[in-house]
Design a protein around this ligand. Structure first.
Ligand SMILES: *Cc1c(COP(=O)(O)O)cnc(C)c1O
Length: 397
């Protein structure tokens, strides 16, 4: 079946919640993708910041193959050597003390909220969770309560106990913290909201305020964590340690796995039976995550994200000077957003036609979150196509 056959067949049975492109991808390698018609693409989206070591990295593939043949799933009633090894790795790279493994980002955030409330209640505090306007923490009920209002429309009643304040506004968050507050949750770099980094002074001050008021600080590093910004975690750029941190996306190299990490202070409030999961961190997903972290270390992908990110930034800055359509660039490492002067959907479509997979978030931010080992040659192809597409649309205008 070709792209269009698959597109129409998909529409017959799948819940119509994704407005999909009429494209079906059937094969990937590194930063290349192939569709069902055999056309090749350069991938700057990486499954939305998921395949950070590239598609089908041989180390990850062989770890999954080996684990699938040995043991895929037990249950969390038993100890798994893969979970033991992954937890140890995550503790080591994060500086936090405890790990709970999940299947997705939203599930990690749900876990973080539960853990924070459990801790707060044990300390005689209320369960209010303060989050940021323009944030994104997932699409489950509690996570839409923390996020942008547009995702809440039509799903009342929305869980209560959540309050939103403007991002990067220390006065607003200070004013919102009261005796009912369990935690403040935020993305150190807002992803879906348009690649907007927190300010260092804001995070430092927020840490102080949280300590002073006995409120927990939760960082959602689902998109910006695991090397994406050039350090293991975005928090490491800011030198601010949260009490709880959520991970997913890049963690499994493409396998569905997430994590909630916390410090010992918070962990000490958790008792047997407080939380659970059937699939979370099963041997197959954990083996994939271990292999992914190993590849990241061995291929020094954090350093590479910095180097490639800086280079790409320079090249994009040249294009910004040349094309009015491109306004400015922001982000860190290989989590970059190029602000466009108008809605980006047509540009994304034109780029796809040229064999480039990129995406637009927050309406007019061209989001670039490629694999951390993407080559400059591949990026040059993207830059040439972007230049050509913008030149062409000018000629048509
Ligand atoms: C993608 C994302 C989520 C949700 O992850 P899912 O795996 O889609 O549930 C949560 N927080 C942030 C910051 C994200 O980027």
């Amino acid at each position: 079946m070709n792209n269009l056959d698959l597109y129409h067949k998909d529409k017959e049975n799948y819940l119509p919640t994704f407005n999909r492109f009429p494209l079906a991808f059937i094969k990937g390698k590194g930063s290349r993708l192939w569709d069902a018609n055999g056309k090749e693409y350069i991938d700057l989206l990486a499954g939305i910041a998921v395949t950070s070591v590239g598609h089908c990295h041989p180390t990850v593939v062989s770890a999954i193959q080996k684990q699938a043949a040995e043991l895929m799933h037990i249950s969390n009633f038993f100890v798994s050597p893969q979970q033991v090894a992954l937890s140890e790795l995550l503790v080591k790279i994060s500086g936090l003390d405890r790990v709970f493994l999940t299947n997705s980002g939203a599930e990690s955030v749900e876990g973080a909220i539960k853990i924070a409330r459990r801790y707060a209640h044990k300390n005689g505090q209320g369960g209010k969770i303060i989050s940021m306007q323009n944030s994104f923490h997932g699409r489950t009920l509690a996570t839409i309560a923390t996020g942008q209002e547009k995702y809440q429309q039509g799903f009342a009643p929305i869980p209560t106990g959540f309050q939103q304040v403007p991002f990067n506004d220390i006065k607003a968050v200070k004013a919102a913290i009261d005796k009912d507050t369990a935690a403040v949750i935020l993305e150190p770099i807002q992803g879906e909201g348009g690649i907007i980094p927190a300010e260092k002074a804001y995070l430092e001050e927020l840490r102080k305020v949280c300590d002073l008021k006995g409120v927990l600080l939760i960082f959602d590093e689902i998109q910006c964590g695991i090397g994406r910004t050039g350090k293991w975690f975005a928090k490491d750029h800011f030198g601010v340690q949260p009490d709880i941190m959520t991970l997913a996306k890049g963690l499994g190299g493409g396998a569905a796995i997430g994590a909630v990490l916390c410090n010992e202070k918070v962990a000490s409030a958790i008792e047997f039976g407080d939380h659970g999961t059937t699939f979370g961190g099963n041997p197959l997903a954990a083996a994939s995550a271990i292999a992914t972290i190993e590849v990241m270390s061995e291929e020094k992908l954090c350093a590479r994200a910095v180097e490639t990110g800086e280079w790409l930034r320079e090249k994009l800055t040249e294009l910004i000077e040349k094309h009015e359509e491109l306004e400015s660039i922001r982000g860190m490492g290989l989590m970059l957003g190029v602000k466009l002067s108008s809605p980006g959907a047509p540009l994304v479509k034109q780029l796809l036609e040229e064999g480039i997979v990129a995406n637009v978030t927050a309406g007019n931010i061209l989001r670039l979150v490629p694999a951390l080992n993407i080559s400059k040659g591949e990026l040059n192809i993207f830059l040439e196509k972007l230049d050509a597409v913008l030149t062409e649309s000018k000629a048509l205008a």
